[in-house]
Design a protein around this ligand. Structure first.
Ligand SMILES: [Zn+2]
Length: 167
């Protein structure tokens, strides 16, 4: 790394530490030529490839914006949205790829959003999956109902088990 003071071509790392929960590495460097110190920040680049082929840096803020729009008028607080965006970032970073299609980012949003609010999920899914008919909505709602029934069934089984132990 070139020294920003004297433009000497080399510098020495004197300290490295993680920041932002390990997402960043800050390095304190020292120039052997002029002796000045400076800091560099290293961060893994995660690029999102849009359908047009254009890439842009992954942005948690953008996820929050999209999800917030889908949650308009719904009883969802900002903390839940921020947490969802964090989950999405963890999911896409866990793939370990330097580039990720925007389609996959949308996919990573759908799961946690469905758990958060089904109406917001439907709104988001209708845009993301380009629903163009009522049938698309009907199919998605049927899937949601089936998932809810499965959850209810599991809940009742659990309740029955508890009752059995009490009696
Ligand atoms: Zn220097």
């Amino acid at each position: 790394m070139r020294c920003p003071y004297c433009r000497h071509a080399d510098s020495r790392v004197v300290d490295s530490r993680e920041a932002d929960d390990g997402q960043l590495i800050r390095r304190r460097r020292s120039c052997p030529e002029c002796g000045k110190r400076f800091t560099t920040v290293e961060e893994a680049v995660l690029a999102v490839v849009k359908r047009s082929g254009v890439t842009e840096p992954f942005s948690r803020t953008k996820i929050i914006g999209g999800v917030r729009k889908a949650c308009q008028g719904r009883p969802v607080d900002e903390d839940s949205i921020a947490l969802l965006a964090q989950k999405v970032e963890e999911t896409v970073r866990a793939k370990g790829a330097a580039e990720i299609p925007s389609h996959d980012v949308g996919l990573a949003i759908l799961g946690p959003l469905r758990d958060l609010d089904e109406v917001a999920y439907l709104r988001f899914a209708s845009v993301y999956r380009s629903f163009d008919s009522l049938a698309d909505f009907e199919q998605e709602i049927e899937t949601l109902r089936a998932a809810a029934r499965a959850r209810e069934g599991a809940g009742q089984a659990g309740a029955a088990g508890t009752a059995g132990r009490t009696n």
